[in-house]
Design a protein around this ligand. Structure first.
Ligand code: NAD
Length: 473
């Protein structure tokens, strides 16, 4: 029986897929094609370490789907990397991109190393050798497969990748588009750092703006005044908390691994962050109550719970005690299937990770577009818009004999900077995706939860794309 087989992340993605596929009209063969990982590159290469030893490095790149090109997905540096995990993550990228209408296939890469155990020079050699292996096999390129950061990698590694790629492909004018998540000076885009947290906020806000959905949950519409609890004050948690607070919600508790803090009047994430930096702990924040056992914070009564730290934190053991009405999966996989079932029964709305944390890949898409167009967003229209707005406002003031306030003037005259356009493109993408998923769920109320509706949304889009490609004569 299957319980003697080792756990497979990829099979668990396949199971979720199959569950959702039963709510679609696609024929079996096409569903099999959507599910399959198209290309798997498993590699081993030697790298000479600082002490002269040769180490054989195990690494992967998986292209799950080429229904759209290029493939897209991060590169992970972790001891836990294995082929099954990279396959699962690559398939999730296909579905994630489809849902937020990012025209890419799914991909993922991994190098089985603990980056903390290597010197910067060793990491650079590993990253550059990995990139040249990808180039040799045609597994990277602005029109083929575009990696990005994931666990254990960041801007630094992306710089090494683009530099290696460009040096092996002299004269390739679009070389900067071979990877995203680059520093701004190397072709990166403004607004990426906060993208995932901001996307989480936009997605949840859109759900909160749906009167019928809120009525079912016994909540008023809008995010103003809603109570929020955030687990994890890292990149995603910090920015989610920031945008909820700035839009009138109250972040009443923040949980970190050393404990949690609670204040019914609301917490300011930046002050908490500075306190943690100064004291080494989130605990003893002025005006807040300490919660010694961090996970107890997940069980406090609130409107919106945002797990933004780790996977499997809400499971069969604690889901029953969670009192939130909405759970926004900012982290990847924070809920287990047992928790999903409990929440579906309790009528708790779980907004799924697969699309809710897609802000990063959406902004990656904007970075790639910027690289292909070779121009910073806003450069062409900012000054024109400002001149035009100044003209319109001056005319209106002359005609009415009244003047607007300085605050209003600055707002009206402002022409878009790169970051404004990136944020607005992200807002549009998250709103559109939320509405599409909800429309599917409404059309078919037998779909058990929003996660399954999101999968249905993805399958329908990839299915349509394959059919329109005409590869099944
Ligand atoms: P991060 O490392 O910046 O932050 C994670 C935070 O969680 C850290 O502050 C850490 O101290 C805290 N934490 C660790 N264990 C905890 C525990 N037991 N209880 C409470 N807090 C704990 O990582 P991140 O980039 O913010 O990513 C968080 C999650 O979001 C991950 O699941 C990641 O896969 C997912 N995600 C991130 C992005 C992105 O753009 N960064 C995009 C999509 C998904």
């Amino acid at each position: 029986m299957s319980n003697h087989q080792p756990y497979s992340f990829f099979h668990s993605v396949e199971r979720s897929f199959d569950k959702a596929a039963s709510f679609t009209k696609w024929e079996k063969g096409l569903l099999e094609q959507i599910k399959a990982c198209n290309s798997i590159y498993s590699m081993r290469f030697p790298v000479k370490m600082d002490d002269g030893r040769i180490e054989v490095i195990e690494a992967y790149r998986v292209q799950h789907s080429q229904h759209k090109s290029p493939c897209k997905g991060g590169i992970r540096f972790s001891d836990e990397v294995n082929q099954d995990e990279v396959m699962a993550l690559a398939s999730l990228m296909t579905y994630k991109c489809a849902i937020v209408n990012v025209p890419f296939g799914g991909g993922k890469g991994g190098i089985k190393i603990n980056p903390k155990k290597y010197s910067v020079y060793e990491l650079e050699k590993i990253t550059r050798r990995y990139t040249s292996e990808l180039v040799k096999k045609n597994f990277i390129g602005p029109g083929i497969d575009v990696p990005a950061p994931d666990y254990g990698t960041g801007e630094r590694e992306m710089s090494w990748i683009v530099d290696t790629y460009a040096s092996l492909k002299p004269g390739e004018i679009d070389a900067a588009g071979c990877v995203t998540g680059k520093p701004i000076t190397q072709g990166g885009v403004r607004g990426r750092k906060e993208a995932t947290g901001l996307g989480v906020f936009f997605g949840i806000r859109e759900v909160c703006n749906m009167p019928d959905v809120m009525a079912k949950l016994g909540l008023t519409t809008g995010v103003v005044g809603k109570t929020v609890i955030v687990q994890g004050l890292g990149n995603v948690g910090y920015h989610s908390a920031k945008f909820f607070r700035e839009h009138g919600s109250k972040v009443i508790a923040i949980a970190e691994y050393e404990g949690a803090i609670f204040n019914s009047n609301g917490l300011n994430e930046e002050e908490v962050f500075q306190h943690r930096k100064a004291t080494g702990s989130i605990l003893n924040f002025p005006g807040a109550t300490n919660i010694a056992k961090s996970t107890d914070a997940l069980e406090i009564e609130c409107d919106i719970l945002i797990p933004a730290a780790l996977e499997n934190v809400i499971n069969g053991d604690n889901a029953e005690r969670v009192k939130a009405k909405i759970i926004g999966e900012a982290a990847n996989g924070p809920l287990t299937p047992e928790a999903d079932e409990i929440f579906a029964k309790k009528g708790v709305l779980v907004v799924p990770d697969m699309y809710l944390n897609a802000g990063g890949v959406t902004v990656s898409y904007f970075e790639w577009l910027k690289n292909l167009s070779h121009v910073r967003y806003g450069r062409m229209e900012k000054r024109f818009t400002e001149n035009l707005n100044t003209h319109i406002l001056t005319q209106m003031e002359e005609l009415t004999g009244k003047k607007v306030s300085d605050v209003e003037r600055n707002f009206i005259l402002h022409g878009p900077e790169e970051v404004d356009l990136v944020h607005s493109g992200l807002e549009e993408s998250m709103i559109a995706a939320t509405r599409e998923i909800m429309a599917i769920w409404k059309e078919n109320p037998t779909i058990p939860d929003m996660r399954t509706a999101a999968y249905v949304c993805a399958i329908n889009k990839v299915g349509t794309s394959y059919t329109e490609l005409g590869i099944f004569p």
